[in-house]
Design a protein around this ligand. Structure first.
Ligand code: 48F
Length: 265
């Protein structure tokens, strides 16, 4: 027999838990917008480093494009040295060509989602970031967010105001759309090049190299980096997404390091 729990108790449990966890995220060290491979790796690095980090994901599921390799085929490819991150999350892979590794999208993606959650990343899914909070000197100080289904509503119904969450740093991990960077572009605060044509051998190194702060308080990772800087796209190979996420996480770790207290002798 299942335990004797009523409908109102179940509803109350959901309401209490959800409200408490959202309240706990009103102010975080880092908000990561987008739960694809780059955002999840960044989140894992930050949570392992002891930061309070929230991933906001528009879909109900995390993982972005990492479930599927390309052309709806669920084999993921990773070029050397990206396989290091597969080792890190414990995913088996095979060397298909010298320096080119293959793994299962569902296996790699579910392991990465679990690794981020195990590390302590907080998750707000079915929520879409549609603007940023700006502070003195136009420094990004948080995000403006609404339920994903709200953004699909016809405007005729009514205006549903969003809410805002504050953070020391925001990471744009929204992939090709570079949604957060576009919020700044709309205000004339940034120029966005749009990602270039496909050229794998150029793209992956460039994405990792350019991963970093693109505006005070805003770091870009993954395909958002390509979009911001006009770097060639790399198509269905994921090593740069994983290593870019790792680099973004480390940069954000440094940016949110607690100020060391002066030692008095
Ligand atoms: O697209 P996505 O997987 O981005 P990524 O981490 O990796 C790119 C690769 O998957 C692949 C590639 C290279 O191998 O070309 O495409 O750069 O994940 C982006 C995530 O952001 C979410 C979106 O649903 C997806 O899960 N997202 C996009 N816009 C928003 C958002 C938004 N406004 N608010 C919240 N989440």
């Amino acid at each position: 027999m299942f335990s004797d729990v009523s409908e109102k108790q179940i509803t109350g449990a959901i309401l209490d838990e959800f409200t408490e966890s959202l309240r706990d995220c009103l102010e975080t060290d880092v908000v990561i917008v987008g739960g694809g491979p780059s955002g999840l790796v960044a989140g894992k690095v930050l949570a392992e480093g002891g930061r309070k980090v929230l991933v906001i994901e528009a879909n109900n599921y995390l993982g972005g494009g990492f479930w599927i390799g390309g052309f709806l085929m669920n084999t993921i490819t990773v070029r050397d040295p990206g396989q290091r991150m597969l080792d890190d999350i414990g995913v088996p892979y095979r060397e298909k060509e010298p320096g080119l590794y293959v793994t299962s999208g569902p296996h790699a993606c579910s392991k990465l989602v679990a690794a981020a959650c195990d590390a302590g990343v907080r998750i707000l899914n079915m929520a879409k970031v549609d603007d940023v909070v700006l502070r003195e000197g136009n420094r990004v100080g948080g995000v403006v967010v609404n339920w994903t289904p709200v953004s699909a509503l016809p405007r005729a119904i009514t205006c549903v105001d969003p809410i805002a969450l504050e953070s020391t740093v925001v990471i744009d991990a929204t992939g090709h759309d570079a949604v957060v960077a576009r919020c700044l572009e709309r205000r004339g605060l940034m120029k966005i090049e749009g990602y270039g044509a496909m050229w794998v051998s150029q793209s992956e190194d460039a994405v990792v190299e350019k991963t970093g702060e693109i505006h005070p308080g805003l770091i870009a990772t993954g395909m958002a980096v390509s979009t911001v800087y006009g770097i060639p796209r790399m198509g269905p190979t994921f090593g740069a997404m994983l290593l870019s996420g790792e680099k973004a996480g480390r940069i954000a770790l440094e940016a949110t390091a607690p100020v060391k207290e002066a030692v008095t002798v």
